[in-house]
Ligand binder design. Structure first.
Ligand code: GLC
Ligand code: CA
Length: 542
């Protein structure tokens, strides 16, 4: 594969520096701690790290409220630690991207403070002000649990300011040329430090226009293409990943003609995987993949099961939302905004077979899959913590004090470790899973290694042979004469398939997940037997 297109075949690992490993024992994870765990990530087999926001911030939105775009949050370390991190990442042949918030700043950002207190300041126009709160009324509110308007009155400014998220996150005014210039400076600053790209946060909302939803506007796309041009020109091997929680038809413009984003999250796929599992029926997955528009050859989807936010149900019908809430979040405490604040393992009652199955599905489908830190060991959540903090608790490294995350006094930890029940760190941790045969962690390593071995997974065409039973999701990928057939059982029943019935007779099926030397089993005459929630991946040989 073209080296410039490294992102198409990489497995991404999303991590919260604050929650990963504490290097100086103050109770907060930091860059030094992360550096000490890079070998773990390399051994897992991932190709690219995605860091949640690392910038100075009052942390009203866990760092998505940036107060200084040109520095590292002092809890996490310094710019020189950051340079060290990049060096160590690249030494291991890994890539690293970081979250970057373009849409808004913190209200503690010096620009906003200037803007509100000095009407004549050059920063006044950095934000979107109005004498009334009646403009842009067709724009939805995103954090409906906490906000009831996108306008907030500012006493010092004597005007309302516009914000799509918390009122502590004023939106930047992208109509102002100096804002666009500043964004370009910020990008260059981090790219010059060697970062491999950005996960660009909340990109649909950059511009506002009366009479529209203020989302996905042509002006927004035009500016994003400008950023891409800069990257292609000055930093050709770096990438932009779009966070746009939108329907497929609104998502595909973010790829442009291969001249906007390199990648975009596939938001609509994720809840449909959970629905397919709940009803043991492949239909929702096949339908959404078939409805997904084709993307330019230099682009790639980013697929995921969970992330640092609530499992969003924005991209499903009202009926499905209620169904998924009732199925996966019976306790209303588990619900937040239009989603579910739970981690992967608790969503499936800690069933390791199901966790493996779900990863097998996103690994076999088109796209570059993301693993959310801790999901590779089946970490749990704490729904009693505020907001989305319950899915951002410290990584569980071992069964010693503070789960091996920090040597600080337990009371100083930035969030409590999960220490009760079946997901407690004594039950679920990296160290144990490294020695337990067939632990989730070791299975994940094998799955990742297998996926990386076959280029067809990242490049190939995708179709869905019908192998009868609706609970069987068969995914066929083909690329340059190589064919892979991945068969997944979405049900809790054993299912046997007779390949002869399904036109597979001219192919030998070579099991590529069984790592013994007899893996050249000829399945032509044998039935394929799938355990409950089991899966098998085959290389098809003529
Ligand atoms: C994105 C982030 C989310 C954050 C929001 C506002 O949706 O994923 O965590 O709260 O942007 O910046
Ligand atoms: Ca620390």
């Amino acid at each position: 594969m073209n080296k410039k297109e490294w992102y198409k075949n990489a497995i991404f690992y999303e991590l919260h520096v604050r929650a990963f490993c504490d290097g100086n024992n103050d109770g907060i994870g930091d860059l030094k701690g992360l550096i000490s765990k890079l070998d773990y990530l390399r051994d897992l087999g991932i190709g690219c790290i995605w860091l949640l926001p690392i910038y100075p911030s009052p942390l009203k939105d866990d760092g998505y409220d940036i107060s200084d775009f040109y520095n590292i949050h002092s809890d996490l370390g310094t710019l020189s630690d950051f340079k060290q991190l990049i060096k160590e990442v690249h030494k291991r042949d890994l890539h690293i991207i970081a979250d970057l918030v373009l849409n808004h700043t913190s209200d503690q950002c010096a620009w906003f403070q200037e803007a509100r207190t000095h009407p004549n300041s050059p920063y006044r126009n950095f934000y979107v002000w109005s004498d009334t709160n009646q403009k842009y009324k067709e724009t939805r509110i995103i954090f409906i649990d906490k906000e009831n308007s996108n306008w907030t009155w500012d006493e010092a400014a004597g005007q309302y300011f516009w914000h799509r998220f918390y009122s502590s996150q004023p939106d930047l005014n992208f109509d102002h040329p100096l804002v666009r210039e500043e964004i370009i400076n910020i990008l260059r600053f981090w790219l010059d430090l060697g970062i491999d790209g950005f996960r660009a946060d909340a990109v649909p909302y950059l511009f506002e226009r009366e009479g529209t939803s203020c989302e996905n506007l042509p002006e927004t796309h035009a500016f994003l293409r400008e950023i891409r041009e800069l990257i292609d020109h000055e930093y050709p091997d770096r990438i932009l990943l779009a966070e746009a929680n939108q329907w497929p038809s609104d998502l595909s413009p973010y790829f442009g003609d291969g001249n906007e984003f390199h990648m975009a999250f596939h938001f609509p796929l994720m809840p449909r995987i959970f629905k397919a599992l709940a009803i043991s029926d492949r239909t929702p997955i096949i339908k959404i993949i078939n409805e997904t528009p084709k993307i330019p050859p230099n682009c790639q989807w980013s697929t995921f099961l969970r992330n640092h936010d609530e499992l969003t149900l924005e991209m499903v019908s009202e009926k499905d939302r209620v169904f998924l809430w009732n199925y996966y979040a019976k306790d209303t405490r588990m619900r937040l905004n239009l989603g579910i604040r739970r981690r992967l393992a608790p969503l499936v009652n800690g069933n390791q077979k199901i966790i493996e199955l779900l990863f097998a599905i996103i690994f076999a489908l088109p796209g570059a899959p993301i693993i959310y830190y801790g999901d590779e060991i089946g970490m749990g959540d704490n729904i009693w913590l505020d907001d989305r903090n319950g899915v951002r608790t410290p990584m569980q490294w071992n069964s010693k004090a503070n789960a091996g995350f920090s040597n600080a006094d337990k009371k100083k930890l930035f969030l409590p470790i999960i220490e009760e029940g079946r997901f407690s760190y004594q039950q679920i941790n990296v160290e144990d899973q490294l020695i337990i045969p067939n632990s989730l962690l070791l299975k994940m390593r094998r799955l990742i290694a297998c996926r990386k071995k076959y280029e067809v997974f990242s490049q190939g065409t995708c179709n869905f042979p019908n192998l009868g039973n609706q609970s069987i999701l068969a995914i066929k990928r083909e690329f340059k004469g190589e064919s892979i057939l991945a068969i997944q059982n979405l049900s809790d029943k054993i299912i046997a398939i007779n390949p002869l019935e399904y036109n597979l007779k001219k192919s030998y099926l070579i099991d590529i997940l069984e790592n013994n030397t007899k893996n050249s089993t000829n399945y032509i005459n044998d039935e394929i037997r799938l355990e409950p929630y089991g899966f098998k991946w085959f290389l098809m040989k003529k």
